[in-house]
Unconditional design. Sequence first.
Length: 155
Amino acid sequence: MALPAVPAQGGIRLICRPGDSAMPGVAYESGVDLGVFVDGVARTSNWGESILPVTAGDHALGMELNGYVTQHLGPVRTIRFGAANLPIRVAPGQTVTVFYAAPNGPRSPGQFSFSPPPPPAANRYRVAQVVGWWILAGVVLLTFVVIAYLAATKS
């Protein structure tokens, strides 16, 4: 009796780069989980590098991100964003390297590529937020200096 043929194996090397968090001091990776799908089946993957074993042949790689948003004294809700799909052909014994670049926010799609993507553009919301905090800190400091000056000149 002959044993059934074992399908030829291959792999998908998935390298996921996070986007830029909109909150200063908060890492993007801490609030966003990966949803990776090969041929519609969920697979386990993390930020950074993961190897997804597959049989040789044609596959559909899909990705979506799950972010968690808290509302004022309300429940935590999940938002899905950064969806991207890519058809991949894997030869027997081959590992195909694919890069995924996550978007900076929920209004942009993610992107797959076979070469490392360029560094992400600056997240304008985060830049405005950081600059706003520095301006606010300057105004508060200036207010204290003026109050101290006025108090010193009255005495």
